[in-house]
Design a protein around this ligand. Structure first.
Ligand code: BTN
Length: 278
């Protein structure tokens, strides 16, 4: 079913808090990448509050230079252009707030208990359901821009995914066994984004919300950063969203950007929520 843009716009117009963040929605049938278009608008000096929404992307961008699979008419792909007043070092907090908003919106719309895999993947039983890509640009006199790109696998079927994604990705429809109305989900997501973006000014509260939903904490992980790979226990999150890893020698390492793989583990019943390697 086509996305009911009229209903989405009506909701944004009639809810003051949502209207402050989402002032205009531009919908496209097919684009290369909604993030690219939003970044271009940012560079032209357009104000925050513009959403670029597309039914399909030909070059959807994922984290770490990957591609985001974006077939037509099944899922949600959008980018929200913001001009935050916070310093650029706090921009990653918008990514955390977006992941909490996704968790809440999905839970409220479908009842599914989804979780966050650090740093901001939204997963269901360890399979990826949604992703967030933040891109920002600082230009001359203009206030810095931040583009929050969100992709949610809503109604895609398992065999619609390319073979290499079929083991690691899922969708709401696959999990529920029925399609989900994308407009309902997007409306709830806008409501939740507005709620969670208020927490960007209250880091402790935001991190507490992320901790509650983060399935990575307490697990044994392999971490891949741009420069190295290592293993340890994912122990905690810091206020800037960094993951603290306890290494085998007892030292802690702090990771701000990277990818995490879960390692096989055996729960140690004498440890509180802590596991030991197999
Ligand atoms: C990830 O790799 O987890 C991030 C995926 C982000 C995908 C979304 S889809 C809408 C927006 N436009 C893009 O090109 N990418 C993001």
């Amino acid at each position: 079913m086509a996305l009911d843009l009229e209903r989405i716009e009506k909701h944004c117009r009639s809810h003051t808090k949502v209207r402050e963040w989402v002032r205009e929605i531009m919908m496209f049938d097919r684009v290369d990448s909604t993030n690219r278009i939003a970044l271009e608008m940012a560079s032209q000096g357009l104000p925050g509050g513009i959403v670029i929404l597309a039914e399909a992307q030909e070059k959807g961008k994922g984290r770490l230079g990957r591609e985001w699979f974006s077939p037509e008419g099944m899922n949600l792909y959008f980018s929200l252009l913001l001009r935050p007043y916070q310093p650029a070092r706090d921009f990653p907090l918008y990514s955390l707030a977006t992941s909490v908003a996704l968790i809440e919106a999905i839970q409220r719309t479908t009842g599914l208990a989804v979780q966050i895999k650090w740093p901001n993947d939204v997963v269901l039983e360890d399979k990826k359901l949604a992703g967030i890509l933040l891109e920002s640009e600082v230009r001359g006199e203009q206030s810095p821009s931040l583009v929050v790109g969100v992709g949610v696998n809503v109604n895609i079927g398992l065999t619609d995914f390319p073979a290499e994604l079929q083991k690691s990705a899922t969708s709401l429809r696959i999990a529920l066994g029925r399609p989900v109305d994308r407009a309902d989900l997007l409306i709830e997501l806008f409501n939740q984004l507005v709620e969670q973006y208020r927490l960007v000014d209250d880091k402790a509260l935001l991190i507490q919300a992320v901790r509650q939903h983060c399935q990575t904490l307490g697990r044994r992980v392999r971490v891949q950063t741009a420069r190295q790979e290592f293993e340890g226990w994912a122990e905690d999150l810091q206020e800037d969203g960094a993951l603290l890893i306890r290494m085998g020698d007892g030292n802690q390492r702090r990771i701000l950007v990277g990818d995490v793989t879960y390692l096989r583990e055996v729960k140690d019943p004498s440890a509180h929520g802590r596991s030991t390697p197999a």
